[in-house]
Write a protein that binds this ligand. Structure first.
Ligand SMILES: [Zn+2]
Length: 404
């Protein structure tokens, strides 16, 4: 075929996909709807709509559900259509350091099943095969077809290659998560880090109010940012966009999990908070936490609520660094909203005042100072819901094109 023909063929296919996803979006959001109403809503020609609807019915994505009332001039009552939510399933898998959650949702993302298990230890390939078995078992719902899996990991991920680059909590480095699960299950697998998944979940189901242009600071044992544009994750060329926790803070010397020293996450995370408390106690300051060995951020939060000044100062310090991090993310990406998520979101009421103070002092100018700063409302559900929503988002051709 001559080059021009190939080009026109490609354009034609793209248009078909765009039209198809427009029709599907209208049916999905519009409740019961007739072919004529779809044509009006999409401004597509009626024969085009009919052809697409026939195709969607054949695939089971759309079904006919009786007739409507005749609106005009006594014509034939129109056949009404609706989106068939049970046409296929998606699975979301959140692999945590200790626990793994497998959730199965229908074609609208509504969860039909959820199972939690201890994260299998040992060889990553064996762990992933065990998880694949669990996905298969959990997705056995009345013979419905599983169409995609979203996987969420606590560490650095390369979305494009489906690889977990580094997850110190799991002891994983360069693990081909997408290929291993994809081979075992025979369907597409999409790999994201926890911050990206939490951002998607908060945007759609949490505090995000579908802002679309949203960034989430994922702060817990580490720090990363999930950045969304148009509701979709910004991945970057190598799939690792948002790893703000490994930007170096001038003067920092604390060794980081990544192999460098002085990274932002060594001063803006749960472990950083604990280190600040230990330093103050070692310097002789009185604290309720003195002598306590198994210290984590939740203990620091509890002590601060009981009036402990050492705990309060540690929270203030980490909050200030998180505010600095927030200003970097907002300066770089200009989101409409910045959400604090991850394990530290549970103490968001204590972190937000110093975070806001440092943010206001550092962010570029009045225009960006107006960005909404909010705390996650989904808690530890964010990663799993994000995994389900990402599987859905990627498995559909989800164009949001509006023709005017
Ligand atoms: Zn680092």
């Amino acid at each position: 075929m001559e080059p021009g023909g190939t080009r026109r063929g490609a354009d034609h296919n793209v248009m078909r996909e765009v039209n198809r996803s427009l029709v599907l979006a209208v049916v999905k959001e519009g409740g019961r709807i007739s072919r004529a109403s779809i044509a009006r809503a999409t401004t597509l020609a009626k024969p085009t709509v009919s052809a697409i609807v026939d195709e969607l019915i054949a695939e089971g994505l759309v079904r006919e559900v009786g007739t409507g009332t005749t609106a005009v001039s006594g014509g034939r009552p129109p056949i009404l259509l609706e989106f068939n939510a049970s046409s296929h399933l998606v699975a979301g898998v959140h692999i945590g350091a200790r626990r793994t959650t497998v959730a199965v949702g229908d074609a609208t993302g509504a969860e039909v099943r959820r199972v939690r298990l201890d994260t299998p230890r040992g060889d990553p390939t064996a762990t992933l095969k065990r998880i694949a078995d669990q996905v298969r078992e959990t997705a056995e719902v009345d013979g419905a077809r599983l169409s995609a899996v979203g996987v969420v990991l606590p560490g650095l991920t390369d979305f494009h290659r489906g690889v977990c680059l580094l997850a110190p909590n799991l002891g994983w480095r360069d693990v081909a998560v997408g290929a291993t699960l994809g081979d075992a299950l025979g369907i597409p697998v999409y790999v994201h880090n926890a911050g990206q998944a939490a951002a998607v979940a908060e945007n759609v189901e949490g505090v995000g109010d579908n802002a679309g242009e949203l960034a989430l600071l994922y702060a817990g044992t580490g720090l990363s940012a999930g950045v969304l544009s148009g509701g979709r994750v910004f991945h970057g060329a190598g799939g690792t966009a948002g790893e703000i926790g490994h930007c170096r803070v001038p003067g920092g010397t604390e060794p980081c999990n990544c192999g460098n020293a002085g990274c932002l996450e060594t001063v803006a995370s749960g472990p950083a908070m604990v280190r600040a408390v230990r330093r103050a106690i070692a310097a002789g300051r009185p604290s309720l936490l003195a002598g306590r060995r198994d210290l984590d951020a939740s203990h620091v939060a509890a002590a601060a609520r009981d009036g402990d000044t050492v705990a309060a100062a540690a929270i203030d310090e980490v909050g200030q660094y998180l505010g600095l991090a927030a200003s970097w993310v907002v300066n770089a990406y200009n989101p409409a909203m910045l959400v604090l998520g991850g394990g530290l979101a549970a103490m968001g009421d204590l972190l937000l005042p110093p975070l806001r103070e440092a943010f206001d002092a550092s962010v570029l100018g009045p225009a960006l100072r107006g960005v909404e700063l909010r705390v996650s409302t989904l808690g530890d559900d964010a990663e799993t819901r994000g995994a389900v929503l990402l599987a859905l988002q990627h498995s559909e051709t989800y164009y949001r094109v509006v023709f005017r």
